[in-house]
Design a binder for this molecule. Structure first.
Ligand code: ADP
Ligand code: MG
Length: 230
């Protein structure tokens, strides 16, 4: 089977004045369709840089990133934005919901970029909210919900319209232990249901329990790749 994501010798250096920060040293890795992969590493190890690179939000200093046969590292900003809107869902640590919008409007947002018409958008968003246990919360604003509920909205927004790939950067970083468990079980259940590929990064060892593959990253290099506990 061909890998869905193929990362080869990726290096990322940030320059700040005279200073050079090697955020990623030399990363090579293959990820397959339907895999749940967890990147584990301490703060500053390069986890977010890696995700941003694969999502095309930043360009590598060196190396190649393919998603299917698309060379992400070669796309211009417009091409990469379109690719992302079509194929990738994001879950963030701090939820990143639009404060002025309701839960339903937040979840519908990615569908606007995919040119789904309004009626269909609302139906899909409603279904996505129901799937994360938020039936009846459609008209709530983010400030009217708990952290766990806001993250469920964030998950619904990432999953709506079933993008091929889901990226999650410290998805449970702002949640307590109990809510972390609920939210992780929910994410895994939903991505498995639709055979989506999930790449999450975290410093929390307990998250690795949910993964097929656990990649330990240290100082911008892969230290080891293990089978997850699942
Ligand atoms: P993690 O997500 O694992 O905490 P990051 O990928 O955010 O780590 O950062 C990796 C390294 O790159 C850190 O040393 C960080 O300070 C540095 N870094 C990240 N983004 C930038 C940037 N935009 N400019 C300069 N240095 C950066
Ligand atoms: Mg980070």
């Amino acid at each position: 089977m061909e890998p869905l994501i193929k990362v080869t010798n990726v290096r990322k250096i940030y320059r700040m004045g005279d200073e050079r920060v090697v955020a990623l040293d030399n990363i090579s890795l293959e990820i397959y369709r339907g895999e749940v992969v967890c990147f584990l590493g301490t703060s500053g190890s390069g986890k977010s840089t890696f995700l941003n690179m694969v999502a095309g939000l930043e360009k590598p200093t060196r190396g190649e990133i393919y998603i299917g046969n698309i060379p992400i590292h070669k796309l211009n900003e417009e091409q990469v934005t379109l690719f992302r809107q079509k194929n990738i869902g994001f879950i963030f640590q701090a939820y990143h919901l639009m404060p002025m919008l309701t839960a339903l409007e937040n979840v519908s947002m990615p569908l606007i970029f995919r040119n789904v018409e309004r009626k269909k958008r609302n139906q899909l968003a409603k279904d996505a909210l129901a799937a994360v246990g938020l039936k009846g919360y459609e008209n709530r604003k983010p400030t009217q919900m708990s952290g766990g509920q806001q993250q469920r909205v964030g998950i619904a927004r990432a999953l709506v319209g079933t993008p091929k790939i889901i990226f999650a950067d410290e998805p449970t970083g702002n949640l307590d232990t109990h809510t972390t468990k609920d939210v992780m079980q929910l994410i895994i259940r939903e991505v498995r249901k639709h055979n989506q590929t999930l790449i999450m990064v975290t410093h929390d060892r307990s998250i690795a329990n949910y993964a097929d593959k656990v990649v330990t990253i240290q100082d911008g290099n892969i230290l080891k790749v293990e089978e997850g506990d699942k």
